[in-house]
Design a binder for this molecule. Structure first.
Ligand SMILES: N[C@@H](CCC(=O)N[C@@H](CSS)C(=O)NCC(=O)O)C(=O)O
Length: 271
């Protein structure tokens, strides 16, 4: 997922988040959610026109939030740019939740296209970007902030980005809706993932909205309370969880051999 922080806000990214801060202190957070290509075409949001993906408009709090849907690559930098321009926003930072295995980040391209904007990723990802994030760092936009929580397990450099008021959390591939990121490659470790979720995500307030980087059923939002109660993997004991994760038998992501090297350089060769 990419999160864009825009002062006067792709993804989930949702693979990328964008944040911007302007004089009027408005903020927009946008994320990309990748909806499974296997989703029934009759119920696909792009085909039904039903916008069940997240959108919040809280002008009083100076926040605009969008999840930008993308079915193939999850890197809609062109559409992100268009939205930024249409809404008169200024892109401040395009943030990656981790170094993805299944698609190539658009954050390097975004920062090239928007003068003065920056790309960001965890220091522990081993990737290059303008901003290397660590636990507790804040990305501010307007009167808002996204606070970094390191949540390794899917990869070493996975982070969860939590809004300053703990109303929303962008969990990348760490915590998915009724699921979690796989742990069988890219430094994956099921014990670390379990600890990350229980210590860094399940400790957030129950009402905190969860926006993951992926969903393979068309779901776009959950809450901490729901996942604490109903997540079929994370409600188990550590031992049971480790067992579940070692028996997922998922196929290798189709684009992993291209995506990982590209994402280590933010999707472009000069970040
Ligand atoms: N079919 C997809 C890859 C599907 C996949 O492996 N998803 C990952 C997140 S992207 S590395 C995952 O963690 N899944 C967890 C699960 O329980 O499904 C492709 O080829 O790109």
């Amino acid at each position: 997922m990419c999160t864009a922080v825009i002062n006067r806000l792709k993804p989930t990214l949702a693979r990328t988040l964008l944040l911007r801060a302007t004089g009027d202190s408005r903020g927009i957070v946008a994320g990309f959610v990748r909806i499974s290509q296997g989703l029934d075409s009759a119920t696909h949001p792009a085909r039904t026109g039903i916008r069940f993906y997240g959108a919040r408009m809280e002008p009083a709090r100076g926040l605009i939030f969008r999840q930008l849907f993308e079915s193939e690559s999850s890197t809609r930098w062109r559409e992100t740019l268009k939205l930024i321009e249409e809404l008169g926003l200024k892109l401040k930072v395009a943030v990656n939740t981790h170094c993805h295995a299944d698609h190539i980040t658009g954050t390097g391209l975004l920062k090239k296209k928007v003068y003065g904007s920056k790309s960001a990723i965890s220091r522990l990802s081993g990737a290059t970007a303008d901003i290397l994030l660590s636990e507790g760092d804040s990305i501010t936009f307007g009167k808002h902030a996204l606070v970094v929580r390191e949540t390794p397990g899917h990869t070493d450099g996975c982070v969860t980005l939590v809004m300053g008021d703990q109303s929303m959390a962008f969990t990348g591939d760490t915590l998915l809706i009724r699921g979690c990121g796989r742990t069988d490659f890219q430094q994956g470790c099921s014990k670390r993932l379990y600890k990350s979720v229980h210590e860094k995500i399940f400790t957030l307030p129950g009402h905190c909205l969860i926006y993951p980087a992926h969903d393979y059923k068309g779901q776009t939002v959950s809450t901490v309370e729901e996942e604490r109660k109903f997540n079929p993997r994370l409600t188990k004991s550590l031992e049971e969880f480790v067992q579940i994760m070692s028996n997922l038998n998922l196929p290798k992501p189709q684009k992993i051999d291209i995506s990982v090297p590209a994402n280590l350089v933010c999707g472009v060769h000069e970040v």
